[in-house]
Design a protein around this ligand. Structure first.
Ligand code: ADP
Ligand code: MG
Length: 285
């Protein structure tokens, strides 16, 4: 990877700066993940189950995508194949332009370590490591230099800066989840995946986890893909994909929806403030 060693805060290496509210203008590809005709079956003969049936999908960079669907519809299988954790029968999956379905073991392992982050339901931190050591573990495994400034930025954003030398047993449940999310972000992966991250949590902790996934996207331009069966949780995302029988049965753009809902109100505001007009050339579009 890059040998650059800037001392400044933002995420290192491949991601060029994405400003706070997701304002665009970066040169990096707009699509983080591209799947084409991805099929995955289990078993053989009469017992064959088609978990994914010719799925086509583009996941935009810096977007928060939720995947919903009934139990058995293929959500986990989709997440696993997109993350290079499971093989496909046929089809293509590109992660930031790299075809991953044909990668050999070593480059695939490296790609998973460096370009993919995972938040698992159990948020499993290693009990004998401090919060900081847990967060840095993916870098350790990848043999990547620790960017102190990036660690500090993450720890501050997640409100755990004063907990870094604590063991998991000395942290609250909420802090453990924040450490786990920070750990998924520390390598500045192309995509962070979360499989039902709020599945076992009470409603307050659920909100907190969603807040921090949202923050990862809004503050750091992180691409996040989250499986959930809860509509409320999915609605915190920018887009909701719904799976049914291994196919994409629904695709809702919540950002466009929110923008459309916001528009009438904005028009009213402008109508009430006609005196704004003379501010030459500054009119927002
Ligand atoms: N390892 C496996 N062996 C056999 N069948 C599997 C396996 N994993 C998943 N399946 C089947 O594939 C389908 C999709 O499963 P999954 O992706 O886990 O769905 P979801 O996460 O939406 O509940 C289901 O019918 C499931 O039973
Ligand atoms: Mg599942």
């Amino acid at each position: 990877m890059s040998t650059a060693s800037q001392a400044t805060a933002p995420p290192p290496a491949t991601r060029t700066a994405t400003s706070a509210d997701g304002a665009t203008g970066e040169a990096a590809p707009a699509v983080a993940l591209r799947a084409r005709a991805v099929t995955r079956t289990y078993g053989t003969g009469a017992g064959t189950v088609t978990a994914l049936d010719a799925v086509d999908l583009d996941i935009a960079r810096g977007a928060f995508t939720a995947i919903m669907g009934a139990s058995g519809s293929g959500k986990s299988t989709l997440l696993h194949v997109l993350a290079g954790l499971d093989e496909v029968d046929s089809g293509s999956i590109e992660l930031e332009g790299t075809e991953i379905t044909t990668l050999r073991d070593d480059p695939l392992t490296r790609l998973r370590r460096e370009r993919i982050g995972f938040v698992v339901q159990s948020f499993n931190l290693l009990p004998m490591l401090t919060a900081e050591q847990n967060i840095l573990l993916p870098l350790e495994l990848a043999g990547t230099r620790v960017d102190r400034a990036w660690l500090d930025t993450l720890a501050t954003a997640f409100g755990i800066a004063d907990r870094l030398d604590h063991l998991p047993s000395q942290l609250s449940g909420g802090q453990i989840q924040r450490v786990a999310i920070a750990r998924a972000l520390v390598t500045s992966p192309a995509v962070v995946f979360a499989d039902e991250p709020t599945g076992n949590l009470d409603s307050r902790t659920t909100e907190e986890v969603l807040d921090f996934l949202r923050l990862s996207v809004d503050e750091f331009g992180q691409t996040v893909v989250m499986v959930t069966h809860e509509r409320d949780a999915a609605e915190r995302a920018d887009r909701i994909l719904t799976l049914a029988d291994g196919q994409i049965a629904g695709d809702e753009d919540l950002r466009a929806l929110r923008a459309r809902r916001a528009q009438p109100a904005e028009r009213d505001q402008h109508a009430q403030q006609p005196t704004q007009a003379p501010l030459a050339g500054q009119e927002p579009r």
